[in-house]
Design a protein around this ligand. Sequence first.
Ligand code: SF4
Length: 141
Amino acid sequence: MGLISWARKKSPWALHFNTGSCNGCDIEVVAAFTPRFDLERFGIILQGSPRHADVLVATGPVVRQTKDRLVRIYEQMPNPKCVVAVGTCAISGAPFTGSYNIHGGIDKVIPVDIYVSGCPPKPEAIINGLIQAIKKYEKKQ
Ligand code: SF4
């Protein structure tokens, strides 16, 4: 295993993207990354660029406006990569399913590795989802 692979495995960087969420899930994602929950103890930090991210944390149903952006972000992330769908909207589209501008859950557009249910899920559930993502990410290395 190369040094870069080892470093990425031990300290995966996460990118948060809202594909059309009501912001409820986003507040919980932001809370999970605060010092109160100390996600950095697992080596995970929030990152602003998809080119430097290993894990994509996506919230909300995929709306027409964000579909292409979501695909572009996913393609810009280096391999291997993991996607965590946070919230019931990100899993299935939930109450917005059938709406004229909704494509559905994240996995209708890009592959999803981990699903975190809840409306919105608690920070503890999001952290658990990220830890599962790290385990899956390690297997992809
Ligand atoms: S799961 Fe709930 S909190 Fe999250 S985006 Fe959907 S409606 Fe909002």
